[in-house]
Design a protein around this ligand. Structure first.
Ligand code: PLP
Length: 243
């Protein structure tokens, strides 16, 4: 089941990249494994995936420990709202933190990295982070809405020795309206391009989930965060099962 799902989604990503004139090597599939057990992650790994995303720091850390035999091969991405007191769980487990939205959080990651003496997984000297931007206008979503604040955070991070901002992340509005979703992704891409003309060096665009990854590919996504299409419906929601 997981194998077939991965095969299907990889096929769709390839097709969409070809259609959009993009190289599929530039688009990384992150399997969002939140709420699913380590055994499922192992199956996905055995089928060829190495990038996994979690939205709770402690859950990520537990799975990292349970999959210790794969630790030099798996690449963990933290994609959820992050509280400062949970940063400690991510320091030696996580390669990318997608959801940084304040100077305080960036400072905490930097401080913890320095404290760890740079002796972290895969000997990364800096923690790779993305700035979460709110492109949807939705009150309930996290992220920085104001462009000047994004610039301030980028400038702030330049002075931190142990974090490196590698890109931007967003979550599209919760809607059926494809135009609104497209506008949300396009605005993230435009912001990245604009920031790069100002001298920043941002490569990654983390955008697109099960329901909207095709639009995200068209709009330039480099990281797709896909859960349901790989692991199936999560059971903590009240939504009826789709089958
Ligand atoms: C859960 C989650 C995803 C994956 O969502 P699916 O619809 O299951 O693909 C992507 N991004 C974030 C931030 C998430 O929390």
């Amino acid at each position: 089941m997981i194998n077939e799902n991965i095969h299907r989604i990889q096929q769709k990503i390839k097709e969409k990249c070809a259609e959009a004139g993009r190289n599929s090597d530039d688009v990384t599939l992150i399997a969002v494994s939140k709420t699913f057990p380590s055994a499922d992650i192992r199956k996905a790994y055995e089928y060829g995936l190495v990038n996994f995303g979690e939205n709770k720091a402690q859950e990520l850390r537990n799975k990292f420990d349970e999959l210790a035999d794969l630790n030099d091969r798996l690449r963990w991405h933290f994609i959820g709202t992050l509280q400062k007191n949970k940063v400690k769980y991510l320091i030696d487990s996580t390669e990318y933190i997608h959801s940084v939205d304040s100077q305080e959080l960036a400072d905490e990651i930097n401080k913890r990295m320095e404290k760890a003496g740079h002796e972290v997984m895969n000997s990364h000297k800096k923690k790779k982070i993305l700035i979460e931007v709110k492109t949807s206008g939705e009150e309930t979503k996290a992220g920085i809405e104001n462009k000047k604040e994004v610039i301030d955070l980028l400038n702030h991070c330049k002075n931190l020795s142990s974090v490196e901002v590698v890109g931007l992340m967003t979550i599209a509005p919760f809607t059926e309206d494809k135009n609104l979703i497209r506008n949300s992704f396009a605005s993230l891409r435009k912001l990245r391009d604009r920031l790069n003309t100002m001298g920043f060096n941002l490569k990654e665009l983390s955008m697109g989930m099960t329901s909207d990854f095709e639009i995200a590919i068209e709009e330039g996504a480099t990281f797709l965060r896909i859960g349901t299409a790989i692991f199936g419906q999560r059971t903590y929601t009240n939504k009826p099962e789709a089958h």
